[in-house]
Design a protein around this ligand. Structure first.
Ligand code: ADP
Ligand code: MN
Ligand code: MN
Ligand code: MN
Length: 336
């Protein structure tokens, strides 16, 4: 039987925004279930997850997909980080997300996350000139043509890789600032939505490598009159999707309005630079919800208002969120 390559992916201990790490394990034969994959150690002192004199951390495989780059039976494996004694590492936000998702499993919560990001060429967003600025925002969003679009070949390749990996990708679009793009994952239950978003981010960084381009998930990459980068989180429970769902959605919005700090605390670092009340955002200190309102904290999509059931869009999460934390907060606030 031929050996396969399993790319173990994990989230490091950098704060306030963590990075992805990965290394390859050669496994004796094809993997059918997650329990076929062994735990694996790594040097936590190199990832801000342990001290040098007691450096071992553990990778616990939790989710895997086909590796669309290597192909064959090779796989990408999302891992949780554990301490050497097997307890949950403090950087591991997935364990709590899995626990609360399990507790409220009967609610059948779904998440759709819109990941915005910005390509960089050196220290400038792709499409920005060496000095100064490109033409102001207006024609870039969902645009076409070499004067509007930068990095499409990477985006196309990334989209195909996500599909080949079997991720629940639901679309992509060019964003309002040059070099800025979005992909959407979902609707998917937690914690799988988080696993898929992290794997999609890994694939994006991995494929951009080949072009010498970097990917930023900074909430406000270009200061001034340029849109920031968010991770709008679309959310529904079974009762929101069914007859009478609109009232359940409004009740959820009311609860969210009473837990502003709980949410903003996990909605991304430097999100105050993005949630200014301008550029299709609500102020970080304010809370409002409304139908079709892109200046609201929570938008109820037009379709949901028309159907009287559906989902809500929390527009506050920044591009640099840990999706596990956001899903945990949404379930905690609206389901309990
Ligand atoms: P926008 O109009 O805000 O740009 P997008 O089309 O980019 O919206 O993203 C909407 C996201 O919402 C998609 O990821 C989609 O899969 C997700 N979504 C659709 N229906 C639901 C639902 N019932 N619950 C949660 N997410 C949903
Ligand atoms: Mn979108
Ligand atoms: Mn967008
Ligand atoms: Mn949106």
């Amino acid at each position: 039987m031929s050996k396969i390559k399993a790319e173990y992916i994990w989230i490091d201990g950098y704060k306030p925004t963590a990075n992805l790490r990965s290394k390859t394990k050669i496994v004796d034969s094809k993997v059918d279930t997650i329990s076929d994959l062994p735990f694996w150690g790594f040097d936590g002192s190199s990832t801000l997850q342990a001290d040098g004199d007691d450096s071992d951390c553990m990778l616990k495989p939790v989710y895997f997909v086909p590796d669309p780059i290597r192909g064959g039976d090779d796989i990408l494996v999302m891992c949780e980080v554990l301490n050497a004694d097997g307890s949950v590492h403090e950087s591991n936000n997935r364990a709590a997300c899995a626990e609360i998702s399990e507790k409220y499993a009967s609610e059948k919560a779904w998440f759709g996350i819109e990941q915005e990001y910005t390509f960089y060429n050196g220290s400038n967003p792709l499409g920005f000139p060496e000095d100064g600025y490109p033409a102001p925002q207006g024609e870039y969003y969902c645009g076409v043509g070499a004067d509007n679009i930068y990095g499409r070949e990477i985006v196309e390749e990334h989209m195909q890789l996500c599909l080949d990996a079997g991720l629940d990708l639901s679309g992509i679009n060019a964003e309002v600032m040059p070099g800025q793009w979005e992909f959407q994952v979902g609707p998917t239950a937690a914690p799988t939505i988080g696993d898929q978003l992290w794997i999609a981010r890994w694939l994006l960084n991995r494929i951009a490598e080949e072009y010498g381009v970097t990917v930023s998930i900074e909430p406000k990459p270009a200061k001034g009159d340029w849109n920031g980068a968010g991770a709008h989180t679309n959310f529904s429970t079974k009762s929101m999707r069914e007859h009478g769902g609109y009232d359940v959605i409004v009740a959820a919005c009311e609860k969210l309005g009473k837990n502003i700090k709980r949410h903003i605390d996990v909605y991304g670092d430097k999100n105050d630079e993005r949630l200014t009340g301008l550029h299709e955002t609500a102020k970080i200190t304010e809370f409002k919800y409304g139908v079709s309102d892109r200046g609201a904290s929570i938008r109820i999509p037009m379709q949901t208002a028309n159907d009287k059931k559906g989902y809500l869009e929390d527009r506050r999460p920044a591009a640099n969120i840990d999706p596990y934390e956001v899903c945990t907060a949404l379930i905690e606030t609206t389901c309990s």
